[in-house]
Design a protein around this ligand. Structure first.
Ligand SMILES: Cc1cc2nc3c(=O)[nH]c(=O)nc-3n(C[C@H](O)[C@H](O)[C@H](O)COP(=O)(O)OP(=O)(O)OC[C@H]3O[C@@H](n4cnc5c(N)ncnc54)[C@H](O)[C@@H]3O)c2cc1C
Length: 474
């Protein structure tokens, strides 16, 4: 068999996982494979970015891996770094309303009330809102799930208040999304399953929560993990494991992907700022969808999928305060902000409480998000103005004015893919269109799940797909 050249475009966790699996499988099967990874920026890791100081580390992008999706933990084990796992501390998360923090009701399942008492006792809902939420128990089964948004579904079942005050911050918040545009099956397959199997969502949530609850005797460690040294430890381990097999090219943005008459692919990348041609038998595109759209423009894929995947922009603002000024925040791991609260902050994590081993305890560090789908105007402001808006919000909530000892703002423009209603159908159509381009795979947060474990799974899927193609080449 002749030497097979595989190109991976995009050096985030998806592209790196694809590279790792290509290496492992080609070694195992004795395949003559040459793998090159092209990354547009000067660093590998994509959105995973840990800032390290001598005494602490802080995440500028993602901060945790959700263990209920097993692909993340499996990869950590394969890379031999599972001994470096640290668990998030499960503390109390609150919701901000009228500049006051209220604990999130505990009896929720995937952001859905799983007991009537969860709502009945909550100060977040008015008596009218509580009564309306009971409608779920008597309403007929909801159908037409393919065309309903998650917000629409939950408004039908529980009314407006439960959606605004509880479900939207919890379910849409982590994706910087608008719950009234999120597809049910696309963004939250577990909720789709609930509604397909139960007439009442509340009763379904109650049963599912009971099934998944641990016995009181078992300690409930958080399902969110990180690694000693932060999440960059993962991408560094991927790099260390693969860098003899994979040619990593940084500062090498790719454009103009074309298919050759013999079925191979050619594209142009910048090498020392000089446009350079590269030929490959197979290509894995592991960039965000908007970047993939620009790269395949010359390929003639007749689909509107890539440009139609919308992205939201966001920014993280990390603020460090002297611990002595913070007697009261030690139990709280953070708070979420409903849209109706009228704050600039959309969510806040008390890093010191959630990840105590990442910081020395002489300071209290909080990480705030600003900007989400439909509310991105704040991101047009200067860094100083954004930080000031965040400080003003914290002041209003804490009722105490504290001056941060340091801050760090990281902008994440067009970074959060939005799984709008119909997303899964668009991805299926894209897959269909790719049948005309054997050896080309698209993977990453834009398509089949946006969390790190989803990206890891998708990187592996793309590697397997491409290997199947190249092993058929004479
Ligand atoms: C602020 C923030 C917080 C998040 N928090 C969490 C969290 O706590 N847990 C979680 O599971 N997920 C979280 N996510 C989501 C998760 O981080 C991402 O979905 C995941 O890291 C995406 O990985 P990826 O490899 O698919 O894409 P990326 O990390 O975006 O990597 C794609 C790479 O492609 C490169 N590229 C783009 N165009 C080109 C080109 N033309 N040529 C070559 N290279 C190119 C880019 O420079 C980039 O390095 C968060 C995301 C953000 C933005």
């Amino acid at each position: 068999m002749r030497l097979i050249r595989v190109a991976i475009i995009g050096g985030g966790v998806t592209g790196m996982t694809a590279a790792y699996h290509l290496q492992e499988q080609s070694k195992e099967r004795g395949l003559p494979l040459e793998c090159t990874l092209f990354e547009a920026t000067s660093r590998i890791g994509g959105k995973i970015q840990t800032h390290r100081d001598q005494k602490f580390w802080i995440e500028l992008g993602p901060d945790s891996i959700f263990t209920a999706k097993p692909d993340g933990v499996t990869l950590l084990r394969e890379l031999g770094i599972s001994d470096q796992i640290i668990h998030a501390v499960s503390g109390q998360t609150s919701l901000a309303r009228n500049h006051t923090l209220f604990p999130i009701p505990r009896d929720l399942y995937m952001g859905i009330p799983a007991r009537w008492s969860a709502m009945a006792m909550s100060p977040l809902l008015s008596p009218r809102g509580k009564l309306r939420a009971l409608g779920d128990l008597v309403l007929p089964r909801t159908s037409e799930l393919e065309t309903l948004s998650l917000g629409h579904l939950l408004r039908l079942r529980f009314g407006h208040e439960v959606v605004e005050q509880i479900a939207a911050p919890l379910l849409a918040g982590i994706h910087a999304a608008d719950i009234d545009r999120m597809g049910i099956a696309d963004a939250t397959p577990a909720i789709e399953h609930l509604i397909r199997t139960h007439r009442s969502l509340l009763l379904g949530a109650k049963r599912s929560k009971k099934r998944t609850q641990r016995p009181a005797s078992q300690s409930a460690s958080s399902p969110f993990i990180s690694l000693q040294g932060g999440l960059s430890t993962l991408t560094e381990a991927l790099f260390a494991k693969t860098n003899e097999f994979v040619h990593y090219k940084t500062n090498a943005p790719v454009k103009q992907l074309k298919k050759n008459p013999d079925g191979s692919y050619t594209f142009v990348y910048l090498s020392d700022n000089v446009p350079t041609r590269f030929e490959a038998d197979a290509v894995i595109l592991a960039t965000p969808a908007h970047a993939a759209a620009a790269i395949v423009e010359t390929l003639g894929i007749t689909t509107d999928l890539l440009p139609s995947i919308r992205y939201a922009s966001t920014a993280t603002v990390i603020l460090g305060f002297a611990a002595a000024t913070f007697p009261e925040q030690r139990e709280m791991t953070g708070f979420l902000v409903p849209r109706s609260a009228g704050l600039s902050i959309t969510a806040c994590t008390v890093v010191t409480t959630k990840w105590p081993s990442s910081l020395d305890q002489k300071q209290v560090v909080v990480r705030c998000y600003v900007g989400r789908d439909g509310s991105e105007e704040i991101l047009k402001q200067s860094d100083e103005d954004i930080v000031k808006a965040v400080e003003d919000d914290l002041h209003a909530i804490w009722k105490v004015k504290r001056t941060p000892a340091f801050y760090r703002l990281t902008r994440w423009p067009i970074s959060m893919p939005q799984y709008d209603v119909g997303h899964a159908n668009r991805v299926a159509r894209m897959e269909q269109a790719l049948h005309d381009f054997p050896g080309l795979a698209m993977a990453g947060a834009a398509y089949r799940g946006m969390g790190i474990p989803d990206c890891i799974k998708d990187g592996k899927r793309a590697a397997t797909h491409v290997l199947k193609h190249v092993t058929q080449i004479e």
